[in-house]
Design a protein around this ligand. Sequence first.
Ligand SMILES: *Cc1c(COP(=O)(O)O)cnc(C)c1O
Length: 430
Amino acid sequence: MNYYSLNNKSNKVSFQEAVIQGLAPDNGLYFPETITQLPQSFFDEIENLSNEEIAFEAIKQFVGNEIPETGLKKIVSETLSFDFPLVKIEENVYSLELFHGPTMAFKDVGARFMSRCLAYFNKDKNQKNTVLVATSGDTGGAVASGFLNVKGVEVVILYPSGKVSDIQERQLTTLGQNVTALEVDGVFDDCQDMVKKAFNDANLKHKNLTSANSINIARWLPQMFYFFFAYKELKKFNKPILVSCPSGNFGNICAGIIAKKLGLPLAHFVASTNENDTVPRFLENGIYNPKPSVATISNAMDVGNPSNFIRIQELYNNDLEAFKKDFSSYSFSDEETKFIIKNIYINSGYVAEPHGAIGYLGLKKELQNYNDVIGFFLETAHPIKFLDVVEPFLNIKLEIPKQIESVLNKEKISIKIKTYDDLKDNLMIL
Ligand SMILES: *Cc1c(COP(=O)(O)O)cnc(C)c1O
């Protein structure tokens, strides 16, 4: 399978090259050259298939013959080594829990898939790749865990000192091995700027730098699996299905649209955002006008200019009317988010965290437009990660899950840096 750059369609590369490069040399995002619908028989029988079988069928055309069937099956199976429960919240409203992986973030799936693809491509080579990421929270932990001890890969994570939660910091700084945590004296944007500079630095070419955020096709595409898993459970109700994704960089929801292109019968998508409302404003007035991000309690979605939105526009050939038929987008404030977390808990006993709660709000808003449909939202993180919001507010004490407990007593190891030259020095000695 070939991928073209969204900056210039004649710049094409293989799956392997797209994964290794992350971003195209012309700075465009890669996009699959073809998307072929899956046979009807697959959807007719989906309830008899395991998650691994479903995921393999969904992803195989995007990998093509660059990883043989047995290799790809192994990668998929290792990627999906945990559960994806669909929990009923109220009549016709379900939560798809994506937080049962090793770092309790949905990003575990993409990180695990991508790391294993890179390991496959490196298996007979002496070459090394360096995965370089800036994180404001969850990406770093998922990438650190997903790439731990993967052959031929060094992982370097930049995070803003004092600006990530204690649990998140421990997830990035306690693994050691091939994972280096750089603690930046600055804010997230400073980390992001340094990473961008490194990707464009000719003196670092030999380090084979790649990204591990949803820009990378191997981090982005596996996210389509969740939508198939939810459909498998909801199919029996025989109703149109709505899905709401709490959205930041819009990678998750864009993967859901790919699933629909493959034939998955999803009736409508809702992109639910916090006050970073670039896409809801675009749907209202047709003008794409990104703004600097503002800080909210759903901080993994504090994105002013969602990087995957250009892929969504490509999927709809930039046709705003066609896009609006499939897609709505709503923005919610911190006050509304807190209020609904309490409300969900009182009415159903379910503990939602801020991102999932925004997903719930968007779903409920869209459901008002229909009769007799069913919907689910993505619950993208475990509430323990946002315990400073959830615990005092609901007046409850959350049990610490075993994945989190295992990092609490480990020693933090990070290297403090301040400037781009500090980053470069650290990359040079790897
Ligand atoms: C990354 C993240 C999101 C946003 O996902 P996108 O694919 O960037 O839209 C939502 N919730 C949580 C908890 C996240 O970590």
